[in-house]
Design a protein around this ligand. Sequence first.
Ligand code: URA
Ligand code: SF4
Length: 281
Amino acid sequence: MVEQLSGGLVLVLVAGTTMRPGQAQGPHRPSLPPPVPTDPKTASLNKPTLAKVGDTPTYLITYLKREVYMSSEEILKEVAAEASICTKCDLYKSRTKAVPGEGNPHAKIMFIGEGPGFHEDKQGRPFVGPAGQFLEELLASINLKRADVFITNVVKCRPPGNRDPLPQEINACNEYLDRQIAAINPLIIVTLGRYSMVKFFGSEKISAIHGRARQVDGRMCIAMYHPAAGLHQQGLKDTIRADFKKIPLVIAEAERLAAEGKLKAEPPRPKEEPPEQLALF
Ligand code: URA
Ligand code: SF4
């Protein structure tokens, strides 16, 4: 499909998505074809591939070409519907419910964890167990509620026995995360734990970069220890609390840069190969 497009058109589409897919909605929206209705049964026809046009994976161009005319809400619903019946990696075999993520479709700030645990798998919602309680406390400490932000994970189905997600599982699920990021277009991404950190910071060490903001692809990204790590070690708990307290400053800085046109999100790029199995924390 992409091969049929001229290079110019690809550029226009990609540029459009850097603004925000949802922005195509609204009073100035030109007359456009209606969004393609989502039928989860036929979603697999849009088979993603890892072939690339420039720096943007073909699957993303294929989706964004359609999704540029859909609101953020519609895109997130579509991703959730697809994940709920997804069989792209073996994690589907043991899941009770997929956990696509939830929150504000227009959130300025997005939190990305590792994968659903026992409670998340039962409820189909992210961070609802003990680590989630701590995350809510951390959000409250900076006057944020779950509904203000968007919370998701690198894999949408629970790894059995809470084992670490495998590289092939993270790769298979990456497309859903990329589409969520493109739809929400957050100014700030907070990675929780190592698996989401790798996507934005490569092979950096969490002990070296936690709590520090860095521009990645036109967004402010901050790596944090996983809240679950703080449940077992008081020292880390204090570190996570202190790192969270920096978020409001980062939001203010990101807003200032965005207002000056110095923070412009680029479409998600395929990530580096994830490292072989990492220790949990
Ligand atoms: N840990 C995660 O990384 N994600 C969740 O959703 C819950 C626990
Ligand atoms: Fe699909 Fe992701 Fe679940 Fe694997 S973890 S089955 S890729 S939704």
